[in-house]
Design a protein around this ligand. Structure first.
Ligand SMILES: [Zn+2]
Ligand SMILES: [Zn+2]
Length: 338
């Protein structure tokens, strides 16, 4: 089968490799659509602490079941079912696993990072991780369920959405999806910031109030919108040191800050402000199965043409990784193995 493999830092190649063999209790999924994620770019950079070359990346995907190797447990899945995967592999033994919080398993692994994933014609997936797509959902939208689940998890972690003003720092795919979830729950004032003008244009087209942090101080706009009280909630989706430092300063007393992005180093946080304003700062990692189901329910309504900037055949997969590195107008890049 054709597969796009990570071979070395900055090197991915579409090659012909043996299709995966399903263990008992796994299905072989014929991939129709798979998204390139920030964490795939991290692997591509060669700095990911766990990923080992050669690796078929890809953890955001949808396809149809080509065959099933049954396990001991029952399954309601059959060949031909349209599915997406909850790509988390958990140990089942640690504190988080024993306490119903397996998504923060201390030994958390992912399909497409710790074992071969979906940038290929076929991927093998444990049956219990497969979710059926709603009948009318396209495969391409099915590939957006995973990042959308990240966004719904961020909202779930933020608590009751009784907010007037929400700020999203960082308008990449995850920031945009968080913004769309905030629209979905009816938040009135949603401010999206970024330093990339293309991303801000995209956000503006989706109906958000936008701010270019490269050109001025976001705090000024937040003050203006909130009569200097501060936002009720801030979602940090940029992953930068500047965002980490600023996120608490934008929130009102007793407000909430949600850290959605993955920080590659321990960035400084303004604890003085956390202190004085009695802020709640919440970390978030991936999603729970409930968040995944929520994302499956809501994926049909996504503004697909704004979110997906490029769709490429698997043969052009390495181009997809080049596109992701350009400062041009890029949002989600999908690879289609057919
Ligand atoms: Zn992802
Ligand atoms: Zn565990």
């Amino acid at each position: 089968m054709k597969a796009l493999r990570y071979l070395a830092p900055q090197l991915v190649k579409t090659e012909d490799i043996e299709p995966p063999v399903c263990a008992a209790g796994e299905a072989l999924v014929r991939v129709h659509s798979a998204g390139i994620c920030g964490s795939d770019m991290y692997i591509f950079s060669g700095k990911h602490p766990r990923a080992q070359a050669p690796l078929v990346m890809g953890h955001e995907f949808a396809g149809e079941i080509a065959s099933i190797n049954p396990g001991p447990g029952p399954t309601d899945l059959t060949v031909g079912d349209k599915v997406t995967a909850y790509p988390l592999l958990v140990c089942g033994r640690c504190w988080a696993c024993r306490n119903g919080q397996a998504h923060v398993c201390r030994n958390l692994k992912l399909i497409g990072i710790d074992r071969d994933g979906a940038f290929a014609e076929y991927v093998n997936v444990p049956l219990e991780l497969l979710f059926k797509l709603p009948p009318k959902l396209s495969y391409a939208k099915g590939a957006l369920v995973e990042p959308l689940a990240v966004a719904w998890h961020a909202l779930a972690m933020a608590g009751e959405p009784n907010w007037q003003t929400a700020v999203v720092i960082g308008s990449g795919p995850i920031g945009l999806l968080v913004g769309l979830c905030l629209q979905d729950v009816g938040i009135q004032n949603i401010i999206m910031s970024d330093i990339n003008a293309h991303r801000l244009k995209r956000s503006a087209r989706l109906g958000f109030q936008v701010f270019n942090s490269a050109a001025g101080d976001l705090a000024g706009l937040v003050d203006q919108v909130t009569d200097a009280e501060g936002a009720d909630v801030v979602f940090e989706c940029a992953g930068s040191g500047a965002a980490a430092l600023q996120m608490c300063q934008l929130v009102r007393p007793r407000g909430t800050v949600v850290v959605v992005s993955t920080h590659k180093e321990p960035h400084g946080v303004d604890l003085q402000t956390v202190n004085f304003r009695e802020l709640t700062v919440k970390g978030t990692r991936v999603y729970t199965p409930q968040d995944y189901r929520k994302a499956l329910d809501r994926a049909a309504d996504l503004p697909f043409t704004e979110l997906v900037s490029h769709m490429l055949d698997l043969d052009r997969g390495s181009e997809g990784f080049q596109i992701m590195q350009q400062p041009e107008d890029v949002c989600k890049v999908l690879l289609n193995p057919e």
